[in-house]
Design a protein around this ligand. Structure first.
Ligand code: ADP
Ligand code: ASP
Ligand code: MG
Length: 402
C-alpha cells in the first residue's frame, strides 16, 4: 500500500462542485488502496477577501492577528472537503495545522515549518481514514497560529510528504503543470514534462507562483518526488526532480514578478562606505534588497538604486527618511511602477551571448531596461510594469518558441 500526499489549491476547491470533484479524485486514490493525506488551500479568493476585511478595520493590524484571521480560510476548506468525502462514503477526518502537528518558528505571516509531529496523522491513517490537513498554517512555541506566506499550502504538502516519507507529493492546480512561462500572459507557453529542483526553485523565487519557492527548497532537501498537475483533467503533469531529462537547456522558463518597487538615492556622496551604510540599516530592519545598481561616481556624487518588495517599500522609505541626514542624498525617489522579468536555465552558465539575446528581444519590442542582475542560472531585468507582459512574450518567443 502506498502513501500519497495531495495538495489542492484555491481554484480547485472554489465552490461546491469543485469540492465534490476534488473529493472524488481523493477517494479514487484511496479506493485504489493508497493511504491519502491531503493539504488544502482556502477556497477561491477567500484569503484576499479576508485581507480586505482586515484592512477595513485596521490596515496596520499585527501579523499575529492577521494569521489568526487568514488561517480560518483553510479551516473552512478542510471541513467542507471532509463533508464531501463523507457523502461519498469513505472514512475521513479533517485536521487544522496544529491538530496535524505542524510546528513552525515564530515569524508570523511568513513562518517556516520546523517539524511535523506525525503521531496524530499516523493514528488516523492506521484506522484507514483519509486525512485532510489545513494548508498554509501551523503553530508556534507560544501555541499561536502562524501562516507560511502567500502560496504556502504547497509547502505544507511537501513538508507532510517529507515527514511521512510519502511515495509521492502531487500538487493539483488550475493549469496542467509547470509551463515555460505563465500561460495566462503568454499564449505560446507550453508545459514542461520535467524540471530540476534548482531550476524550479529559481523560477518560483522569481515569480512563477505555480509553486511556493519554499516547497521546492524542501522537496530538494528531503528528496520528495514532486509532481504538478491539473485538478480538472487527467493529463500527465510536470515532474520536479533532481536531474531533468532535458539536461542543461539554455533557457527553461521566463518569469514576471510584479511584487517589486524601486528606490533611488540620487546624489549621495561618492565616498567609501556609503553603500554599506544604507544596506546595513535596511538589513537590520529585516528588509530584503533585491536588484542594486550604482552609477559611476565623479568623485563628488553618485546615485544608488535598488528594489524591495512592494510590501516593504513604506518601511524602507521610513528608515531612509529617518536617517536622511546621515545618507545625505540630494533626493530620495521611489516607484511601484516596475516589474522584474527573468530567464532561468541551468545551461546558461556555459553559454555566452544569452544576455545579449535577451536584451535584443527587449530592444526589438522597444522596451527600456531599468536594471540588470545576473547569476549562473538566471538573468533578471527591471522594466516598466505596463511593459512586463510584452517583455515576457518577446523574450519567450526569442528563446522558447517551438
Ligand atoms: P493554486 O491556487 O492551485 O495554488 P496558483 O494560482 O497559486 O494556484 O498557481 C497557479 C497559477 O500559477 C496558474 O494559474 C498560472 O497563472 C500561474 N503561473 C505562473 N507561472 C507559471 C508557470 N511557469 N507555469 C504554470 N503556471 C504558472
Ligand atoms: N490561502 C493561502 C493564499 O492564498 C495559501 C495558499 O493558497 O497556498 O496565499
Ligand atoms: Mg498557489
Amino acid at each position: 500500500m502506498g502513501l500519497i500526499v495531495q495538495k489542492y489549491g484555491g481554484t480547485s476547491v472554489k465552490d461546491a462542485e469543485r469540492v465534490m470533484n476534488v473529493a472524488r479524485r481523493i477517494t479514487d486514490a484511496y479506493k485504489a488502496g493508497n493511504n491519502v493525506v491531503v493539504a488544502v488551500s482556502a477556497q477561491g479568493d477567500t484569503t484576499d477577501d479576508l485581507i480586505e476585511k482586515a484592512k477595513e478595520i485596521n490596515p496596520n493590524a499585527s501579523k499575529r492577528e492577521m494569521d489568526m484571521l487568514l488561517a480560518t480560510g483553510e479551516q473552512i476548506s478542510i471541513a467542507l472537503l471532509a463533508m464531501a468525502i463523507e457523502k461519498i462514503g469513505c472514512p475521513v477526518i479533517s485536521l487544522t495545522g496544529w491538530q496535524a502537528g505542524v510546528k513552525t518558528d515564530t515569524k508570523y505571516s511568513a513562518a517556516r515549518i520546523k517539524n511535523i509531529d506525525t503521531e496524530r496523522i499516523h493514528k488516523e491513517l492506521d484506522s484507514r481514514r483519509i486525512v485532510i490537513v489545513a494548508g498554509f498554517q501551523g503553530i508556534n512555541k507560544y501555541d499561536d497560529i502562524t501562516t507560511l506566506g502567500r502560496g504556502g499550502s504547497d509547502t505544507s504538502a511537501v513538508a507532510l510528504a517529507a515527514a511521512l516519507h510519502a511515495d509521492v507529493c502531487e500538487i493539483y492546480t488550475d493549469v496542467d503543470g509547470v509551463y515555460t512561462t505563465d500561460p495566462r500572459i503568454c499564449k505560446e507557453a507550453y508545459k514542461l514534462d520535467d524540471i530540476s529542483y534548482d531550476e524550479m526553485l529559481e523560477l518560483a523565487s522569481l515569480g512563477a507562483n505555480v509553486l511556493h519557492n519554499r516547497s521546492v527548497e524542501m522537496a530538494k532537501k528531503y528528496n520528495v518526488k514532486l509532481s504538478v498537475r491539473s485538478s480538472l483533467n487527467n493529463n500527465e503533469g510536470t515532474y520536479v526532480k533532481e536531474v531533468s531529462q532535458v539536461e542543461k537547456m539554455l533557457v527553461r522558463g521566463v518569469t514576471r514578478d510584479n511584487d517589486c518597487a524601486r528606490i533611488a538615492l540620487c546624489g549621495v556622496e561618492d565616498t567609501p562606505g556609503k553603500a554599506f551604510q544604507v544596506f546595513e540599516m535596511l538589513a537590520k530592519a529585516g528588509i530584503c534588497v533585491d536588484l542594486i545598481i550604482q552609477s559611476i561616481g565623479d568623485g563628488k556624487s553618485k546615485d544608488i538604486s535598488f528594489t524591495v518588495t512592494e510590501g516593504e517599500l513604506d518601511a524602507a522609505l521610513k528608515i531612509l527618511e529617518e536617517n536622511a541626514s546621515m545618507i545625505n542624498a540630494r533626493e530620495i525617489k521611489s516607484t511601484k511602477d516596475v516589474s522584474k522579468v527573468s530567464i532561468v536555465g541551468a545551461g546558461m552558465v556555459n553559454n555566452t551571448g544569452v544576455a545579449a539575446k535577451m536584451f535584443e528581444a527587449l530592444y526589438d519590442a522597444q522596451i527600456n531596461i531599468k536594471m540588470i542582475a545576473t547569476s549562473e542560472i538566471k538573468i533578471s531585468v527591471l522594466v516598466a510594469r505596463n511593459q512586463a507582459e510584452a517583455a515576457v512574450n518577446a523574450i519567450h518567443s526569442k528563446f522558447l518558441s517551438k
